[in-house]
Design a binder for this molecule. Structure first.
Ligand code: MSP
Length: 652
């Protein structure tokens, strides 16, 4: 069986989890879930990096002992991931005794091989980075990451003969074009390697730092935090003898952001080479999430916590957004507006509507049961099936190239095609004639099959949504148990199986004035924001009276042209009329226009309506929208389009 091993960086515990960490970990989770879906046996590792100066300083600032402090923050990371639907197989801490043993084993091995030596070094040291800098690497005399001048420091230390492996590394990068990907980062590593590689200082004297792993060959020193941390990727799976190591190390892939390219692209492979351990298969490097305030990182004190946003907008919406928005390898801007836009357009409008329309019509025409393919598929059915099957192929292809946004675009093309199919096929027209029942059956079955496959395809990205969809389609399966080869086959829904309409998958969200702001400082508690839930916001209507609204606010109102097909006065009410309006699908609307309009006058008339209002009951009858009218003295005039317009035409 094919295997797949994916790791995230192990995160420093001097800050609480934020969107940067969340993105990397979601990417690893999606890669892991995709490989599982494709039948791979997988292992997914994440964890925390807990030694070194930085952690000691953060613990001091919090008035805590390093151990108690690292336990607290590491716990926060561990608790965050399940809340984002992340299912890692192991969570490693560099303070775990097994990890410490492996680090010491590797150090001894490399020391015995003569690849570590003792020497005095004088240089420029950045405390934030925990490393010495060469003059060349500084920008205006400052550390490029921390924007602070380094301090001069002289130390007798142990050094790893990294320089010895420069030629080997250059050859390896050149011979394996996608070893470091995307290419821009491979080129960056090759650019580093154009300059002579220096040896790496891998120890810190105990009198300066005792929060680290003691060197096995000199107890006056602890291990440099990077030499300790990188080894987590093998210690976590039981190097040197463990079964998991034998099984998964040969297929190891790392996901990191560009900030830690050098330790991963240079230190790590040379360390592995010196320890006579085969190198990893791929180093996958992504860009940075930025806010308006600049780079989002602990050192700059601007962070957006996923926990602030995910519960407000939904875990799956958050996962979808970060994967759809960022092109893997490039930087992206984070904005709540963009998140809201994706949620309302791609999720509520495209996916949510497709699913609810399909299920509502299955309920209406087939008593909530999966119909058979009643007639032979026609050209339109075949085209939609082909689109769906193309999305399956594209998912596999794009994922191997880290094209998350492209995989999602392919799935959304299929969703878009299915929505158009509904408009063209107009099942509500087929339903009018008994002779057309077989055609209606095929159309609805086609749509149900598309929805099921879409649910399977989105499972790595939005596992909860997938499970909700499958459940309503009568399939009881966990997202992580799905297999593309079996569960994404066309035509496998069970005829007669019960489906259920349920609530909308993604209620539309109206933006509040109280935006979730990036918070400053790293010591802030993860207290939940007081922002209301989307549903409540939408229901309460958050627009300020008399205040100007922005265009995005207006766009959230779905105004459509509808054709009144039926109209009936509601007995016991002077004002209300029940209408059936064709807006590309049939809508039942209760309108308060009976005093000025008779049912006969209304049938065949075009009107404008608000199509995305929450359903309400008036005199016990459900109303799914509102007809627009204007009061003129005693009179009430309906708002109508200028000429004849196709039913469902969107007003903008
Ligand atoms: N402890 C080291 C990694 C050791 S791995 C053997 C470390 N930790 S960190 O907490 O600083 O995490 C850095 C990683 O967090 C980045 O490589 C990236 O995965 C993620 N991100 C942190 N901020 C980020 C953004 N603003 N944008 C995207 N990802 C970033 O370095």
């Amino acid at each position: 069986m094919d295997r797949f091993y994916i790791t995230t960086p192990i995160y420093y515990v001097n800050a609480e989890p934020h969107i940067g960490h969340a993105y990397t970990t979601i990417v690893a989770d999606v890669l892991n879930r995709c490989h599982k879906l494709m039948g791979f046996k997988t292992f997914f590792l994440t964890g925390t990096d807990e030694h070194g100066d930085k952690i000691v300083q953060a613990a001091q600032a919090a008035g805590m002992e390093p151990k108690a402090y690292t336990d607290r923050i590491s716990g926060l990371f561990r608790q965050t991931w399940p809340k984002l639907n992340i299912e890692n197989d192991k969570f490693i801490r560099t303070t775990d005794p097994e990890h410490i043993k492996v680090v010491q084993y590797v150090l001894q091995k490399v020391f015995d091989a003569g690849e570590i030596y003792f020497s005095t070094y004088r240089g420029l040291y950045c405390v934030g980075c925990e490393r010495f800098y060469t003059e060349r690497e500084l920008v205006d005399g400052k550390c490029p990451d921390h924007d602070k001048p380094p301090v001069e420091r002289e130390e007798a230390n142990y050094f790893f003969r990294m320089s010895k492996y420069q030629d080997w590394l250059i050859k390896h990068v050149e011979a394996n074009p996608d070893w470091i990907r995307p290419e821009r980062y491979r080129n960056e590593v090759l650019a580093f390697l154009r300059e002579p590689l220096e040896d790496l200082c891998i120890s810190r004297p105990v009198e300066r730092l005792n929060w680290g792993i003691p060197l096995p060959f000199d107890s006056n020193y602890v291990t440099y935090v990077w030499f300790d941390a990188l080894i987590n990727y093998i210690s976590a799976i039981g190097y040197p003898e463990g079964e998991l190591y034998a099984e998964f190390w040969p297929v190891a892939q790392h996901v990191i952001a560009k900030d830690i390219l050098k330790p991963h692209g240079i230190y790590w492979p040379t360390m592995l080479k010196a320890a006579n351990i085969p190198t990893f298969c791929h180093l996958n490097v992504h860009g940075y999430w930025k806010t308006d305030e600049g780079k989002m990182s602990k050192s700059h004190g601007t962070v957006v916590r996923p926990l602030d946003l995910a519960p407000v907008y939904g875990l799956d919406a958050f996962r979808y957004f970060v994967l759809r928005e960022m092109v893997f390898g490039l930087d992206a801007n984070f904005s709540e507006d963009a998140l809201l836009h994706r949620l309302n357009s791609d999720l509520a409008n495209d996916l949510g509507n497709l699913f609810s329309r399909t299920l509502a019509m299955t309920a209406r025409y087939f008593e909530e049961k999966v119909p058979p393919f009643g007639s032979q598929p026609d050209a339109m059915d075949r085209e939609l099936r082909e689109k769906t099957e193309k999305a399956i192929a594209q998912l596999s292809e794009e994922i191997f190239n880290l094209g998350f946004h492209k995989a999602l675009i392919a799935i959304w093309e299929c969703i878009g095609a299915a929505n158009k199919y509904i408009d063209h096929v107009a099942p509500w027209n087929l339903a009018k004639e008994q002779d057309l029942l077989p055609r209606l059956q095929t159309a609805m079955r086609t749509l149900l099959e598309v929805n099921k496959i879409v649910a399977v395809l989105i499972s790595p990205f939005m596992p909860s949504t997938c499970e909700k969809m499958l459940e309503r389609l009568g399939i009881a399966k966990k997202a992580s148990d799905l297999k593309l080869a079996e569960d994404a086959l066309w035509g496998t829904l069970e005829e007669g199986a019960k489906v259920s309409k349920g609530e909308s998958l993604f209620p539309r969200v109206v933006k509040t004035a109280d935006k979730v702001k990036p918070h400053d400082g790293v010591a802030a508690k993860a207290k939940p924001k007081t922002q209301e839930k989307p549903e409540t916001q939408a229901a309460a209507g958050t627009m300020e009276v008399g205040g100007a609204i922005d265009i995005d606010f207006f766009r959230q109102v779905d105004l459509r042209v509808g054709l009144i097909k039926q109209a009936q006065k509601i007995p016991q009410s002077e004002k209300l009329i029940k209408l059936i309006v064709d807006i590309g699908e049939e809508r039942q609307i209760v309108a308060g226009i009976a005093k000025t309009h008779s049912p006969e006058q209304l049938i065949g008339k075009q009107v404008v309506l608000v199509a995305n209002l929450k359903p309400v009951k008036l005199m016990g009858i459900e109303s799914h929208g509102m007809v627009l009218a204007v009061r003129d003295g005693q009179d009430l005039k309906l708002v109508v389009p200028e000429g004849n317009v196709s039913p469902g035409g969107k007003i903008s």
